[in-house]
Every structure is written in structure tokens, then in C-alpha cells.
Design a binder for this molecule. Structure first.
Ligand code: GCO
Length: 461
């Protein structure tokens, strides 16, 4: 049983990470600043790079679509920039027509080339004005502003975009943006993560309700959320470490997936957080439960989990890549949290499928090779560790589908281009296509071919 005939495959990107062509062109485009512009201006990126100058996808989208097409992709996952459409973000604020035109042109180009658009409504670039006005995701006001923004997306693009993601990885923006202060808006707090997450879940649920009532009947599209999550193995087989592994998966994935697919926050979170975890009203939870047409899945690595730790932001577990016997799992990458552990993805797919029983759309998976930013372009094009990563992960995904019966319906490699890796700036390279940051020239790496060849072979004709 190979992959489904309608399997979607290609590459994933996010607006803030690839669109910027430089300060002037961004200003000219009418995009308002996001919390990431401020983050960069405050000097918080590792290499001093600025989100307004990344890969110039804004100016080069036609070439990019043509390249994806020539590589063999049949779909493209991109995100829409809220401050590009509504520069100040609020429900009564003016719309930037140039922004609408940009995404219209992109979508039309994709369709003309036969690629199915898969659009993320929010991939972390909150309009800065909303952060300043009412503290962004901390305020329930943001829910209404988000729904208006999503409605604008459906009204403008819904006739052609049939696959929608409300949010990308609310875990990351909540924990890293509002807990550890490592991502925008750089807040350090042990209460904000659960409030900002709660508001994202509500904004998601109200938006899905709107889509299902007003747009789905005429456009027949589908809508869901995409969550990050990595498999974890227990440190050893003692009951406390087996429990820690389960707690880790629930605190990481279940925090969002449990309310959305099962109707309540996981017990472990309630026990750990007490009244720091907000409650849903009955009316809210009726909307939240069942508010995703599929399970959107981003995954990168596997960790080893141990009970203990005093980190109240991460369900009191310790996670790393070192086993009890001192050996390490997986190939190293350019980032500490990421190692290539192909066998973990099959276990994770099984865990998710069993618990939530939804069709799975894999919306991100990828690797940044250690030392790649110091390599010459020639060296970087032969990206063996990334080729190995993709081959290993894809074989395991295929086994999950063929042998375990997991229903997987898409796969998007992260990422199309080397791009702006948030707080790490332009250092780590995740692209299957090499970006020259001086000239914006793009050149496919070996991994782009590996990836597309795999689907050419395994998707039913
Ligand atoms: C994500 C992030 C991406 C990152 C990627 C690599 O959705 O996880 O959206 O933007 O670049 O995960 O860290």
C-alpha cells in the first residue's frame, strides 16, 4: 500500500522567515512591523540579522514557485503575514491592498503551476501595534482581532485555498515567547504561557466555527491547527520515568491536542499548574472540542525523558539526547535541541494516531547540518546529513503507513529555502535549496532531489 493518490508533498515556509527583501522594499510593500521586527531591532538575534531582510520571496515568488514545480512538488505550505494584510492588526484598522495582491498573485501562480496551496494564517508574526495596545496574546481582545484577520483571509483567498491552518505551533510562541523569553515578544513569565496558549486555542476555535459555517459550504475546504511535538523515550524502565515520558508528551502535545480533539486539558497539566491553567467555559469548550478537521503535525527529533527537574515551564521532566549509559542518540545538527533520530517518528505517529484518531497532515520536518553556515556553497549543496535525515524519516513514515495503518496525508519538508531561523538569525540553514544572502540566488541541494524522488516513487499514480 503506497501513499494515497491525493497525498500532498512539497516544502513548507513561513512569511516572516522568507519574505523580506530589505528594509526599503518592506516599507514600500506597506507591511506593518511585527513583534519580530522589534525583537530584531532590540538586538536579540544571535547574528544581528533583521527579519526585514531574509530571502526576498516577496520579490521572487514566481521564481520560487517555478523552482518548486521543477523539483516535482505538488503542494506548497506557506504562511500569510498578518501585518502585511492589516499593518496595525486591529479589527477596525485599514487593510493593505498591496498585501492582498501579493498573496493573490502567489496563490494564482501556484495554481497555474499545478501546486495545491496549504496556507497557515498565523506563523508567529503578530502585528506590533497589538502587542503595544493590549499586550498581544495576553489579552482576550486579540481573539476578536485574530478572527477578523482570518475572515479577511477567507474572503480574499478562500475561493482558491482549500487547506487552512489557523496556528503554527502555539506551544513555541507560548513557551519560548512568553515563558523563557527567547522568542518575540521576549517575555519571561511562569503564568503567561498558559494564558497566551488559551487565547490561541480560543482564536483557533472561533475561526474554525466561522469557516465551517460561512465558507466550508461554498468552498468545501478543510481547516485545522498544526502542533509541534517530538517523540520521547524514557530514561529507563522505572515507573517514574515511564510516567515522566507520558507527562512529557501530554505537556507538550496534549496541552493543545487534548482540548481540541478530546475536550479538556490533560490532567497532568491541571495538577502541575493549578489555577495558572485557565478554564474554558462550557460554551467555549463546545467550540474547542472537535475544532480541527485533521491533525497537523510538525516534528523534528526525539528526546530522552527523565523525571525530575524544577523547571515549572516544562512539566517537571528533564529532556536531552543522552541515554542513561552515557551514549547519545542521533546525529548532531547546528542546534542543540535537534538531532536526527529517524526511528522516533514512527513511534510518534503511532502515539498521535492512537490517541487522537485523526488523519495526519505532516506539515514540517527537517534538519540543519552542523557547520553548514561555515561551508562553501559547493560543499553545502551536497548536504549528506540532510539527505540521510530525510531518507531515514521517510522510511519510518512509510512503515507507519504501510505496516501500522497510520493515516498520513501530507508531508512538507522544512524548509524550501535556507531562511531566517528566528532568534538564531541567518546562521542555521534548514533549506533544501541554498540561499545566497548577498545576491538572493537560490540553488537546489541534493536533499531537494532526494525528497521529491521519494514521493515520485511512493505516491500512488
Ligand atoms: C516551526 C517553525 C519553523 C522553524 C523550524 C526549525 O514551525 O517549528 O515554524 O519556523 O524554523 O521549526 O526550527
Amino acid at each position: 500500500m503506497p501513499l494515497r493518490k491525493d497525498f500532498l508533498y512539497g516544502f513548507a515556509t513561513a512569511a516572516a522567515q522568507i519574505e523580506g527583501g530589505g528594509k526599503e522594499s518592506e516599507e514600500e510593500s506597506g507591511r506593518g512591523p511585527s513583534i519580530w521586527d522589534k525583537f530584531c531591532e532590540d538586538g536579540r538575534t544571535l547574528d544581528g540579522s533583521h527579519v526585514n531582510r531574509t530571502c526576498n520571496h516577496y520579490g521572487m515568488f514566481k521564481e520560487d514557485v517555478a523552482m518548486m514545480k521543477s523539483l516535482g512538488a505538488n503542494s506548497y505550505r506557506f504562511s500569510i503575514s498578518w501585518p502585511r494584510l492589516i499593518p496595525r492588526g486591529g479589527r477596525d484598522d485599514p487593510v493593505n491592498e498591496k498585501g492582498i495582491k501579493f498573496y493573490n498573485d502567489l496563490i494564482d501562480e501556484l495554481l497555474a503551476q499545478g501546486l495545491t496551496p496549504f496556507a497557515t494564517i498565523y506563523h508567529w508574526d503578530l502585528p506590533l501595534a497589538l502587542q503595544e495596545k493590549y499586550d498581544g496574546w495576553n489579552s482576550p481582545e486579540v481573539v476578536k482581532d485574530y478572527v477578523r484577520y482570518a475572515k479577511l483571509c477567507f474572503d480574499s483567498f478562500g475561493d482558491r485555498v482549500k487547506n487552512w491552518l489557523t496556528f503554527n505551533e502555539p506551544y513555541v510562541t507560548s513557551i519560548l515567547g512568553h515563558g523563557y523569553g527567547e522568542f518575540a515578544p521576549a517575555h519571561k513569565s511562569n503564568t503567561e504561557p498558559w494564558i497566551t496558549a488559551h487565547h490561541q486555542i480560543l482564536a483557533h476555535a472561533y475561526t474554525v466555527d466561522l469557516y465551517r459555517k460561512q465558507y466550508k459550504p461554498k468552498y468545501h475546504g478543510q481547516i485545522g491547527i498544526t502542533l509541534n511535538g517530538d517523540w520521547s523515550e524514557p530514561w529507563d524502565e522505572t515507573p517514574e520515568n515511564i510516567q515522566a515520558q507520558e507527562d512529557r508528551l501530554l505537556g507538550f502535545i496534549g496541552w493543545f491536542a487534548d482540548p481540541i480533539y478530546l475536550g479538556s486539558y490533560p490532567k497532568v497539566l491541571k495538577t502541575m499548574l493549578g489555577n495558572r491553567l485557565p478554564d474554558f467555559t462550557e460554551e467555549e469548550i463546545r467550540l474547542v472540542k472537535g475544532s480541527s478537521d485533521f491533525y497537523g503535525m510538525n516534528t523534528y527529533t526525539t528526546t530522552i525523558t527523565q523525571a525530575g527537574g524544577d523547571d515549572e515551564l516544562a512539566t517537571k521532566t528533564i529532556n536531552g539526547h543522552q541515554r542513561k549509559d552515557g551514549t547519545w542518540i542521533g546525529t548532531e545538527s547546528s542546534l542543540k535541541w535537534l538531532r536526527s533520530v529517524p526511528w522516533g517518528v514512527r513511534k510518534l505517529l503511532n502515539w498521535i494516531y492512537k490517541r487522537y484518531q485523526m488523519p495526519i497532515y505532516m506539515t514540517e520536518n527537517g534538519f540543519a547540518i552542523k557547520g553548514e553556515s561555515d561551508m562553501s556553497k559547493e560543499e553545502a549543496l551536497h548536504d549528506k546529513d540532510r539527505v540521510d535525515y530525510y531518507q531515514g524519516y521517510l522510511e519510518n513514515i512509510l512503515q507507519a503507513v504501510e505496516e501500522d495503518g497510520v493515516d498520513v496525508r501530507s508531508y512538507f519538508g522544512w524548509s524550501f529555502l535556507d531562511n531566517f531561523e528566528w532568534a538564531s538569525g541567518l546562521g542555521p540553514r534548514f533549506g533544501c535549496v541554498y540561499t545566497d544572502y548577498n545576491t538572493f540566488e537560490r540553488t537546489p541541494k541534493d536533499s531537494a532531489k532526494t525528497l521529491m524522488q521519494f514521493f515520485e516513487e511512493h505516491v500512488s499514480k
